[in-house]
Design a protein around this ligand. Structure first.
Ligand code: GDP
Ligand code: ZN
Length: 459
């Protein structure tokens, strides 16, 4: 059973900021806040109102901070429980002290993601929306942010729900057949209906997955490997790229202790510069670990930027790299245009038939616009920007969608083989169930706990 005790957490980012917010949610949220608040009687105020006053230590009446307190009564709140938000002065100390005061007064420190978990458990949001909250917290660029917001409002849920509704209609018709097996042609019609719906749903799922691929790229960043033999200008390019949007460049500690991922934002496209042997120390993948081993990094990349030096003739390494990357999404740069030309565009045609080759000089910073433009068109050429295609799927969604496609394939094979309708119906129902797991209509508690524990504290 789910016990709704009252939880509290700091819901603004820790550190220097003008204000901080401590949030309480649960049956006793207002009562607890009232016991440490001096100003007026919060139990008497209207819902969704905000009040000036002080947080005090009840025993000594000593003032902790000057605050604005928002009171929001269930059910019209984020968690559908009573919610109180205490806006106080920013900075670590003030918010910590207020949080402590709420805990002393009977609240329990929230687990990471517990507010969103409650919102889910109380039916306020479904699972894919909850996951979108998590994405929102982690969104790396504005476009990723939009996609998360979109999903929060339920674009994926709506899509899945409408597909499931359609499947349910079909299942209802099939039930009729099973109830009245004496009508032969009804069975045939049912099989047809199952087949048509299965085909349609399968197509729709494939479309979602296709569109979501762009979504994934937005959320996680486009894995980009900068390659080329030593001294062609890789470090210079990296510096130029990270210089595009200094403010948005972040160093994110990776999962392993000493990996650093560089995120840069190129015209709204988030690039995650792949750290193979530590981009920071040395970007020279080829130099460091040899062509063979750098293959791996290249395979993992969504995008490869291959640099060549136009002041020198093509070398074997250049040729090898051109060959190795020919089937991947790549951009070829012919760098050092400021020096006397040796390597000509025509010399490259055997290795890069129709591809646009960008002439750059990292020294003069020329050609970078063309590079930016090419990165942009490569990833916006789909309809990524159109609103309703911004699904962000995580691994769990993708797994479920794949399984659903598989189950539907079995439905289609069944109809082809002329299997009895009640057998086909089993796979069809399984697909319906799997889709339900995306929106959380059939998820187990364990999964819920796991998902919500990934949230930041205070969300
Ligand atoms: P990496 O070994 O591929 O990372 O190459 P670096 O970026 O470290 O560059 C090697 C050398 O080439 C440095 O001295 C750079 O200043 C120089 N360099 C890089 N790009 C250009 C360019 O476009 N023109 C000229 N003239 N020199 C460049
Ligand atoms: Zn370098």
């Amino acid at each position: 059973m789910y016990v709704a005790d009252t939880i509290a957490a700091i819901s603004t980012a820790l550190g220097e900021s003008a204000i901080g917010i401590v949030r309480l949610s649960g049956e006793d949220a207002i009562k607890i806040a009232n016991s440490i608040y001096q100003g007026k009687d919060l139990s008497q105020v209207d819902s969704h109102t905000i009040h000036y006053g002080h947080i005090i230590k009840p025993q000594t009446a000593q003032i902790v901070d000057e605050v604005m307190v928002s009171v929001m009564r269930a059910p019209r709140t984020y968690t559908r429980e009573n919610v109180v938000e205490i806006n106080c002065h920013g900075g670590v100390v003030a918010v910590q002290r207020i949080l402590e005061a709420t805990l002393d007064a009977g609240a329990r420190l929230a687990e990471p993601g517990e507010f969103s978990k409650r919102a889910f458990l109380n039916g306020r949001i479904d699972l894919s929306q909850a996951e979108a909250v998590m994405d929102l917290i982690q969104a790396k660029t504005n476009k990723a942010m939009d996609a998360s917001l979109d999903q929060l409002q339920g674009s994926l849920s709506h899509k899945i729900t409408s597909l499931r509704q359609r499947m349910l209609d079909t299942l209802a018709q099939v039930e009729v057949t099973i109830d009245y097996p004496e009508y032969d042609d009804v069975e045939e019609l049912s099989t047809q209906e199952l087949q048509q719906t299965a085909e349609l749903v399968q197509k729709e799922i494939q479309a979602i997955m296709h569109q979501a691929q762009s979504g994934r790229l937005f959320r996680e960043g486009i894995q980009t490997a900068i390659i080329g033999r030593p001294n062609v200008g890789k470090s210079s390019l990296l510096n130029a790229l990270t210089g595009f949007e200094k403010a948005i460049v972040t160093n994110i500690e990776g999962t392993t202790r000493d990996t650093i991922e560089e995120y840069v934002n190129v015209r709204g496209v988030p690039l995650k510069l792949i750290d193979t042997a530590g981009i920071r120390q040395s970007d020279d993948i080829v130099e460091q670990i040899g062509v063979e081993k750098s293959k791996k990094a290249m395979d993992a990349a969504d995008l490869i930027i291959l640099l060549l030096n136009q002041a020198e003739a093509l070398t074997d390494t250049d040729r090898e790299l051109l060959e190795l990357t020919k089937d991947q999404t790549r951009i070829i740069l012919l760098n050092k245009q400021d020096l006397a030309p040796v390597l000509k565009l025509d010399d490259l045609r055997p290795y890069a038939d129709q591809e646009e080759i960008i002439q750059t000089s990292m020294l003069n910073e020329s050609g970078l616009d063309a590079l930016e433009a090419q990165i942009e068109t490569k990833f916006f050429s789909g309809n990524i920007e159109s609103k309703d295609v911004n699904y962000l799927l995580n691994t769990r969604h993708t797994q479920l969608l794949k399984q659903a496609i598989q189950a539907l394939t079995e439905v289609l094979e069944g109809t082809e083989l002329g299997l009895p309708v009640d057998l086909i119906q089993i796979d069809f129902t399984r697909a319906w169930d799997l889709l339900g797991e995306i929106t959380g209509e059939s998820v187990q508690d364990e999964l819920i706990d796991k998902l919500f524990s990934q949230f930041c504290l205070g969300k």
